[in-house]
Design a protein around this ligand. Structure first.
Ligand SMILES: *Cc1c(COP(=O)(O)O)cnc(C)c1O
Length: 409
């Protein structure tokens, strides 16, 4: 906090002026590189995972253009479970996103990738782990395909970058996902998630200087100044970087190990406590994310009742194509080691009262959904279910209307 405030009014724009910003960035990136076994990679500090991903996609697009010319629309190829920021990046950068299938373990399906890859593929992207189910994609097998095709491969470790390496050190079986895998050309890892730093802090690492250069924007011809932007934003407060530096130095490897251990203990306590209530994981458990289903409990009533008791998690909809039942999504953090007992006890009480199946329409009359969401009577925890009530386009418009309304029209 002190570091955040102290450097809040300093600007990262001109690194020839604020050299301390370069020092902070190098230190934070060096820590990240070591964790991800990319000592010789080239990194950029960004304000968030979405920005890191934007830069990786931009780099791949420019690289693709250089190799193959500008007359095809380049594509990002990623499994169904990939974070929506890849679709956003493609949308901003005039590219297309194509999703391929996941297998029965809810991981990227390598056969489906092989069928989907084409001469339009500018980037293959997978996750370690993905947000919805917390599974780690089979990065080694994916990388073999990427190398064969000569396509860059991005691993989205926004969620896992600062925790999976410690799970591995603690003896957990963690699928290799970092620069130890040949063929991985870039990785994003968020500091403001399991790096425990204040919001506005993420990193992206590129295997080569060439790829990092493709992510930069430089303009030397404007009459004002030599415009050199390694990130999406231009003027940026040094605050988030300085506080990230402070947290990384304060915690160090030891601190991260201790916190990761707490997360593992929380995970075990919650899984053990919820099992007798009938909750089961929809996928192999291999990260700090749990996605649980329970065919004896109406998860909609359960989620709303738990929310009423102060527990926040969200519902994920059923996906028939991959036989995924409706499930609840829990993001575990070290504090949950302390609260796991209470959570399980409350879940027990609430599950007992949530045996009767109710539909979303019954709980949330369509006429008042907008009112209920804007007034705060309900929150986004159940929003994914709206897609089942209407078609996606309608929901997209509806969500935009809610945002307009929230800010007052
Ligand atoms: C959080 C997250 C991101 C990026 O999110 P930001 O909110 O922009 O930091 C990307 N991928 C995954 C898997 C994530 O969990």
């Amino acid at each position: 906090m002190k570091a955040l405030l102290k450097f809040y009014n300093k600007n990262m724009l001109d690194f020839t002026v604020y050299r301390s910003a370069i020092f902070f960035e190098k230190e934070v990136l060096n820590f990240t590189k070591k964790l991800l076994h990319g000592e010789n990679t080239y990194g950029t500090f960004t304000y968030g995972g979405t920005e890191s991903i934007m830069l990786a996609v931009l780099s791949a697009r420019n690289y693709f253009w250089k190799q193959r010319g500008k007359n095809v629309v380049p594509e990002v190829l990623a499994p169904f479970t990939i974070h929506p920021s890849f679709a956003k990046a493609a949308h901003y950068l005039g590219m297309k996103i194509r999703h391929f299938d996941i297998d029965e373990k809810l991981k990227a399906d390598v056969e489906s990738l092989k069928e989907s890859v084409s001469d339009k593929t500018a980037l293959i992207a997978v996750s370690a782990p993905n947000w919805p189910f917390g599974t780690i994609d089979p990065v080694r097998e994916i990388a073999d395909v990427a190398v064969d095709e000569g396509t860059p491969l991005h691993v989205d470790a926004c969620l896992g970058g600062f925790i999976l390496p410690f799970f591995e050190k603690l003896g957990e079986r963690v699928e290799l996902f970092d620069f130890r895998v040949d063929g991985v050309t870039s990785i994003s890892a968020d500091l403001h998630k399991y790096g425990y730093t204040p919001k506005g802090a993420s990193t992206v690492l590129f295997r080569s200087a060439e790829l990092k250069k493709e992510s930069m924007f430089v303009d030397v011809q404007n009459p004002g100044y030599v415009f050199v932007n390694p990130a999406v934003l231009s003027s940026r407060s040094v605050g988030p970087l300085a506080s990230a530096f402070a947290v990384v130095k304060f915690l160090g490897e030891e601190g991260y190990l201790r916190l990761s251990k707490s997360v593992l203990e929380a995970r075990e306590a919650i899984l053990k406590g919820l099992k007798p209530l009938g909750f089961k994981s929809v996928a192999p458990v291999e990260s700090p994310i749990l996605s649980l289903f329970n065919s004896d409990v109406d998860l909609l009533s359960f989620t709303l009742a738990m929310r009423g008791m102060g527990w926040h998690f969200h519902l994920q909809r059923e996906v028939e194509k991959y036989s995924i039942p409706m499930n609840i999504h829990l993001t575990l953090s070290p504090i949950h080691r302390e609260t796991a007992g209470e959570f399980v006890a409350d879940a027990g009480k609430v599950a007992e009262k949530s045996r009767v199946k109710r539909s979303l329409a019954e709980i949330l009359p369509v006429e008042s959904i907008l009112e209920d969401l804007t007034s705060g009577r309900i929150d986004s925890s159940i929003a994914p279910l709206l897609v089942d009530m209407f078609d996606p386009k309608t929901v997209e418009e509806f969500v935009k209307d809610i945002v307009i309304k929230l800010y007052g029209d």
